[in-house]
Design a protein around this ligand. Structure first.
Ligand SMILES: Cc1ncc(COP(=O)(O)O)c(C=O)c1O
Length: 308
């Protein structure tokens, strides 16, 4: 975003879903706001109904970041199609992958031709439509890989959804933890990571980091935490682009620490337990393993605290 001199305004997340909190969006809108970009993060979709209503009210574009949600549906319609544009990542860790690359989808023909130009060094594919750019083309080999995966996703998406629901039920049956809230509008959830919520108080103050360690040791799968909140992210340092000769006003506007994101910080520190999407491969009949492992940690929480 900083490549086009836009000012990203960070909005805190809903602690029950880890996606942008619609109740905090309107306070962040200024006369210069042009778009709302919700990320459908990990194991849930952002509240598209509420966000689309805000976008409409303020005449803003809605652009969905679907890097984590290939094949998910909101009210029976695929993510990425609810606003003017949707973006997908095919980087190597994603559910669909060509090892690097991505896709933008849009139902707006004007945007389409601009994107086609921008993808290919700013060349003119429709007379009069040129957008100065670099090379963002996907190779034919990558496209071939992805077409096969698209066919597989059609078959596998309902299985992801079924297994994800079983994991949620397994978490709901365990002490001191709970699944993320699932909106009834989510008609199909394909997640990138399986995530649930941890309550350190219920574990007599056992920090999230120790719970994650213990659960990883119990099950032999890795349980970690979320991405670092964007206000001190390891990949958001826009002010380091000195060659752009940023003005003092602009530098101040894009300085990430200007935002406070308490919900994202609490999740990152203690409250979110994040595994990879491979956990969705666990058949529902075996999801109880998760309940048992969490219950075992709960029973032994005092012992773990003593050792910490
Ligand atoms: C939520 C989210 N959005 C966007 C991206 C960017 O995708 P890419 O690495 O394909 O540019 C990522 C990458 O991991 C992501 O996790």
């Amino acid at each position: 975003m900083c490549d086009i001199n836009a000012v990203p305004v960070l909005v805190d997340v809903d602690p029950e879903t880890l996606c942008i909190d619609p109740a905090k969006i309107e306070a962040a809108i200024t006369p210069r706001t042009r778009a709302i970009i919700p990320v459908h993060l990990y194991h849930r979709l952002a509240d598209l109904k509420a966000i689309a209503a805000i976008a409409k009210k303020h005449k803003l574009h809605l652009i969905e970041d679907c890097a984590h949600s290939h094949g998910s549906q909101w009210d029976g319609r695929g993510v990425g199609s609810h606003g003017v544009m949707g973006s997908f990542s095919f980087q190597s860790s994603k559910v669909m992958r060509s090892y690097e690359g991505g896709a933008l989808i849009t139902s707006n023909e004007d945007h389409y031709w601009k994107i086609v130009s921008q993808r290919s060094c700013g060349r003119e594919f429709k007379p009069g439509v040129k957008v100065h750019s670099g090379n963002y083309r996907l190779t034919s080999l990558q496209a071939g890989l992805l077409r096969g995966q698209l066919a597989a996703l059609r078959r596998n998406a309902p299985i992801f959804d079924r297994n994800g629901r079983a994991l949620d039920a397994a978490v709901a049956a365990a002490p001191g933890v709970r699944p993320l809230a699932r909106s009834p509008h989510i008609t199909r959830q394909v997640g990138y990571c399986y995530v649930f919520l941890y309550d350190p108080d219920a574990f007599d103050g056992l920090p999230g980091s120790l719970f994650r360690q213990a659960l990883s040791a119990e099950l032999g799968w890795t349980f970690g935490t979320t991405y670092t909140p964007l206000n001190h992210s390891e990949v958001y340092y826009p002010h380091t682009k000195k060659r752009h000769h940023l003005s003092a006003v602009y530098r101040k506007a894009i300085t990430p620490s200007r935002w406070k994101l308490p919900a994202a910080e609490a999740l990152w520190k203690d409250r979110a337990i994040v595994s990879t999407w491979h956990l969705y491969g666990l058949a529902p009949a075996r999801a109880g393993l998760l309940t048992e492992a969490i219950a075992k940690i709960y029973e032994n929480r005092q012992e773990l605290l003593k050792r910490s």
